[in-house]
Design a protein around this ligand. Structure first.
Ligand SMILES: CC(C)(COP(=O)(O)OP(=O)(O)OC[C@H]1O[C@@H](n2cnc3c(N)ncnc32)[C@H](O)[C@@H]1OP(=O)(O)O)[C@@H](O)C(=O)NCCC(=O)NCCS
Length: 166
């Protein structure tokens, strides 16, 4: 039985192993690479991103983040036409291949969605490569709506999704 909870620093080694395993085995353009400051801020839920995981016993098998940094969000806010709003982003959705298709990502995203509401965000956004159906399907499952397709962050083609929270 899987357990869903915050990923704390004691799981740091497992977290970076999960990131490494998943990102080494997907098409390069499906994930906008982490910047070093993000890797250094993995457990900073106030200024960077609340971080939740799925655990099989003591094994971390999936993760999801809610990017809350408005500095990080400023370019995306323009892409979405949401400059004047408080916006956060669902991302960092990485699940070990043998645990996919069990609803781990939508379950984690629902937790992140509740945090976004509690923290008073106006909109929640997310982006998926047009040829990443599992990623897009999980966004639709938690209620985000397709907005448009465009190139973001200096050349990553993405389907843009968003949900108004208030
Ligand atoms: C994207 C990802 C996080 C989804 O995680 P997950 O926990 O397996 O998500 P789900 O269990 O909801 O499964 C995804 C859904 O997509 C569906 N799906 C998978 N491949 C599909 C395909 N080729 N066509 C259509 N639907 C597909 C699954 O059937 C499932 O839907 P269902 O539950 O209605 O049957 C996971 O596949 C992953 O780690 N991928 C690699 C990293 C990545 O691309 N992350 C996204 C960028 S942030």
């Amino acid at each position: 039985m899987l357990e869903f909870k915050k990923i704390t620093e004691e799981y740091k080694d497992q977290l970076f192993k999960l990131i490494d395993v998943v990102l080494s085995n997907i098409p390069e353009n499906h994930f906008i690479p982490y910047e070093q400051w993000e890797l250094d801020s993995m457990f900073d839920e106030e200024n960077y991103a609340p971080l939740y995981g799925a655990f099989d016993g003591d094994k971390l098998v999936g993760m999801a983040q809610l990017y809350v940094s408005q500095e990080m969000m400023s370019g995306f806010k323009k892409d979405f036409g949401l400059e004047e709003f408080l916006v956060c982003e669902l991302g960092g959705n990485l699940v070990l291949p043998e645990y996919r298709g069990q609803g781990i990502t939508p379950t984690l995203q629902k937790i992140e969605l509740e945090i976004a509401k509690e923290r008073g965000f106006d909109y929640i956004i997310s982006m998926a490569h047009p040829e990443n159906p599992s990623s897009k399907k999980s966004l639709e499952k938690v209620g985000l709506k397709y907005y448009k397709t465009m190139s973001v962050a200096g050349g990553f083609l993405r389907d843009l999704y968003m949900l108004k929270l208030k």
